[in-house]
Design a protein around this ligand. Structure first.
Ligand SMILES: O=C(O)C1=C[C@@H](OP(=O)(O)O)[C@@H](O)[C@H](O)C1
Ligand SMILES: C=C(OP(=O)(O)O)C(=O)O
Length: 448
């Protein structure tokens, strides 16, 4: 069967494993017990970078993620004329105060949904003409609701290939403000994207959200980051309307949290190996990153979880429990992780409310069903999720679909079964370039 070809152009200089066609994963030879540090959150990094670029003054962002998604965000900001200096995991951003120094050029978004959805509104507050391009997959991912909202606000989109898709030319001369209506059922990122630029519209802006929002907590992450830089929007009691005051973000020095979505693979590792993995730098009771919900599910499966003030430790168990249904609406990035844990539990697991992940880095529902089937695991595909049955995976070659989360989730199968082969391990660099290295540090056999 033909495997998905990587989109090499979207891999940044921060990628790892470039050109390596497959990786082979086998279980650790001894009990896993370790403490690790996980790189900064993609969601926090790209929000903080963009807000710092729009702010007045010089921000210092500590603990940034250095991955493809943040690289393309930084490159776009540099092309807009903002100075961004990286020293280790710290970014120094000299904000433009809402006046982009440059007004034209070509901007490449890589494969980053956050960049493609956050940047257009921020560009549209200024005057200029930009050509916006992205990876092949990003060019298939939905943008229409954001484009309609920005068009009604005064931005003009000229599509170079297909309507409402990347690549396009963007002609901008400021955003009017007032009421903006946006649906939230396809992606929360459209709402975050408009919010981030909203303090700079000509009149104060009010977002009216039509219907429900998937992964709503990511909108809260946006609101929290805006507040940290001095602009605090008001949210109506029912959560459907958000009023953003006019103003200018003020530069900050911030410490960003580790990426909880990445942490989940390592907590799942402990779960699957009866091992113990502690991750420093996370306070489970305080973080707003939605994927922290994974800890409750691991407990439900029988793991022991210790939530410390600045760490989370997961201790696995001999037999994981299954036999339940979970809604993934609020934290759907972990759908694939749970699907990879499910074969090793004692009962079927059904994951629901995740239809929108068909529009992520790949059609994630179809992709995970296809790869679990290749592994000999019984799965049923639903429009909005899947059911996975317990089983014994076969040692076969599986396809990462050029999707970091497919690769990281599928690698969990190799913690229980010798010689699980995964194509294109380099795709993890979208959010965690050091993923396989860290697996290996914890004693997992990783062979290229
Ligand atoms: O705003 C963000 O940082 C994100 C929002 C979510 O996307 P959608 O709301 O598009 O599903 C999530 O899946 C993605 O990994 C990060
Ligand atoms: C959906 C994801 O990414 P993006 O920011 O490209 O939407 C993801 O990281 O799982």
């Amino acid at each position: 069967m033909a495997m998905h070809q990587p989109d090499w152009e979207a891999r940044s200089p921060w990628t790892t494993n470039k050109g390596i066609s497959e990786v082979r994963i086998s279980p650790p030879k001894s009990i896993v017990s370790g403490t690790i540090r996980v790189p900064g959150s993609k969601s926090l990094t790209n929000r903080a970078l963009l807000i710092a670029a729009l702010a007045e003054g010089k921000s210092q962002l500590n603990g940034i993620l250095k991955s493809d998604d943040s690289y393309w965000c930084i490159q776009a900001l540099i092309k807009l004329g903002v100075s961004v200096d990286i020293d280790g995991e710290t970014a120094y951003v000299d904000g433009c105060g809402g006046n982009w120094p440059n007004s034209s050029g070509e901007l490449y978004m890589g494969a980053a949904g956050t960049v493609a959805r956050f940047l257009p509104a921020a560009l549209a507050i200024g005057r200029g003409k930009w050509t916006i391009k992205g990876s092949k997959r990003l060019s298939e991912r939905p943008l229409a609701p954001l484009i309609s909202a920005l068009s009604a606000q005064g931005a003009s989109f000229n599509y170079l290939e297909a309507e409402h898709r990347l690549p396009y030319e963007l002609d901008v001369a400021g955003l009017k403000g007032g009421i903006v209506k946006l649906p939230g059922s396809m992606s929360s990122q459209f709402i975050s994207g408009v919010l981030l630029a909203a303090p700079y519209t000509q009149a104060p802006l009010i977002i009216q959200i039509e219907g429900e929002i998937v992964q709503r907590d990511y909108v809260q992450l946006t609101l929290d980051m805006m507040s940290a830089f001095g602009i605090t929007p008001q949210v109506s009691e029912d959560g459907q309307s958000i009023k953003v005051p006019s103003g200018t973000y003020q530069a900050q020095t911030l410490q960003l949290e580790p990426d909880v979505s990445t942490c989940c693979y390592f907590w799942a590792l402990a779960a699957l190996t009866s091992g113990c993995v502690r991750i420093d730098g996370i306070d489970a009771r305080k973080t707003s990153q939605p994927d922290i919900e994974m800890l409750d599910v691991l407990e439900r499966m029988g793991c022991m979880v210790q939530r410390g003030e600045n760490f989370v430790e997961v201790q696995g168990t001999q037999q994981l429990k299954g036999g339940f249904t979970l809604s993934m609406k609020k934290w759907s990035d972990q759908t694939l992780t749970i699907a990879a844990l499910a074969p090793f539990t004692d009962g079927p697991i059904t994951l629901t409310d995740a239809a929108h992940i068909r529009h992520h880095e790949c059609d994630r529902i179809a992709a995970i069903c296809s790869e679990l089937s290749k592994l000999g695991i019984r799965v049923e595909e639903h429009q909005d999720g899947l059911t996975i049955y317990p089983g014994e995976p076969l040692p076969v070659l599986v396809d990462s679909h050029d999707d970091h989360r497919m690769a990281m989730a599928l690698s969990l199968i190799g913690l229980r079964v010798e010689n699980i082969r995964i194509t294109d391990p380099g795709c993890v660099s979208k959010t965690c370039p050091g993923f396989f290295e860290q697996l290996s540090t914890l004693g997992v056999e990783v062979i290229y």
